[in-house]
Design a protein around this ligand. Sequence first.
Ligand SMILES: Nc1ccn([C@@H]2O[C@H](COP(=O)(O)O)[C@@H](O)[C@H]2O)c(=O)n1
Ligand SMILES: C[C@@]1(CO)OP(=O)(O)OP(=O)(O)OC[C@H]1O
Length: 177
Amino acid sequence: MTAAEDSIGSFPHSHPSPPITLPMTGIGYDVHQFAENRPLVLGGVTIPHTHGLAGHSDADVLCHAIADALLGAMGQPDIGFFFPPGDPACKDISSLKILVKCRELAAEAGLRIINVDSTLIAEAPKVLPHRDAMRRNIGEALGIPPERVGIKATTNETMGFIGRREGIAAMAVAQVD
Ligand SMILES: Nc1ccn([C@@H]2O[C@H](COP(=O)(O)O)[C@@H](O)[C@H]2O)c(=O)n1
Ligand SMILES: C[C@@]1(CO)OP(=O)(O)OP(=O)(O)OC[C@H]1O
């Protein structure tokens, strides 16, 4: 039985009706360190800043967290299974391609991406002005309307490694059915 066929059951005497599928939820988290002479790419948007993020790919911490949330919701292994860390094929790739892969995996499994929601944790820069562009990019990569892509941001109130501006973290959840 595929995940899509999995149902929460039906009343024995009810008329035939499409199975009620259980939405499935996944969680994702990622963090990348700031590095000099790198572009800062978040949600596929290059954001002007003094530093970018270190990584083998474009280090788009937001896309990585969303990808892991989606993969978790689909019962798949994590991002490194599909895009092995250090794989020459992944060098500087746009992480939007990772989201396209998630969309393809969902289609192959007969699953629909319902929504994703995320929080960026960064002392700087301010990302809210880029929210619409990020939602558009992510929605396009996943094949869902931007209204179904939640992006929020918070600082770490100067505490810890994020507060010291050493890097950016992202958390995400996703639902599929
Ligand atoms: N990197 C960030 C961090 C925050 N924001 C926006 O500022 C608001 C206030 O953040 P606090 O951490 O001081 O509560 C937050 O709600 C975001 O709207 C941002 O755009 N980029
Ligand atoms: C997509 C990959 C590929 O190297 O990107 P990285 O930039 O290495 O980022 P990370 O979040 O450390 O791990 C995910 C990797 O699989």
